[in-house]
Design a protein around this ligand. Sequence first.
Ligand code: FE2
Ligand code: FE2
Length: 285
Amino acid sequence: MSIEKDKVRRKIEELKNLPTLPGVIQKISIMVESRDKSAEDVGKVIGRDQVLSAKVLRLINSAFYGFPGRISSITHGLVLLGFNVVKGLVLSTSVFDIMMSRGMVDLWRHSLGCATIAGVIAKKLNHPEPEEVSVAGLLHDFGKVVLKLELPKESEDIEKRIQERNISMFEAENEVLEFTHATVGNWLCEKWNLPKNLSDPIAYHHQPHLSRSAPRQTAMVHLSDILVKAIGFGFSGDSLVPMVDKRAWESLRITPEMLEEIIVDMEDGLENADDSIYFQEIKGE
Ligand SMILES: [Fe+2]
Ligand SMILES: [Fe+2]
């Protein structure tokens, strides 16, 4: 069975099932592009929605392991983290809400784990914007949620194939749809004007060699996705742990000493993510 890709793309871009999200994201995009808007202006737009700002602030303290000091306001967050990171966080809060309402807690845990590990690796490699890499990790699989919402029938078929033949979700999606959650993520990144530093890792986390604009960030998210699966933190939809892409691994130049340090920090970071308010909320504490 193959469904028409353009039709699906249009349907997904309409996103009837993500009602509150596009408005805020688009407002922020326009403000950021107009350039004469300050962090304070954008902060005000997000700040008007108190529930949203509270969520974004909590997410900063859950997903960014070891972030220096607590951020107390959206404007403060914008100054410290930049517009794109905050935009990615706004998007993430929406993804979180949908995952929770659909009982996809394990996929959220997988995403939060990937974000944490990606941040740890980025810091260890002295990447200038580790929080941006974390946000890419947080969002890397959000196409999965969108597929589940927009194409429920095909999603059932995909799940069946994974269970029956123990194949990866990426492979099953390709069989059924001829595109994957990574493609869907990329469509939405384009629609929402997310920068390549975020869209490339989302589009190519399963095929890091295809990234042209952000190969380093993509390699880091690719590695983090595999590590979080290998550890078994959360569940991404299938239990296969793929091989790390050789070129991506070599490009990162992680020495054995660095790897040891990454593993220690990663364990600390995952503990922090688990203790974070987001999980207390889920556990009903
Ligand atoms: Fe994925
Ligand atoms: Fe993943």
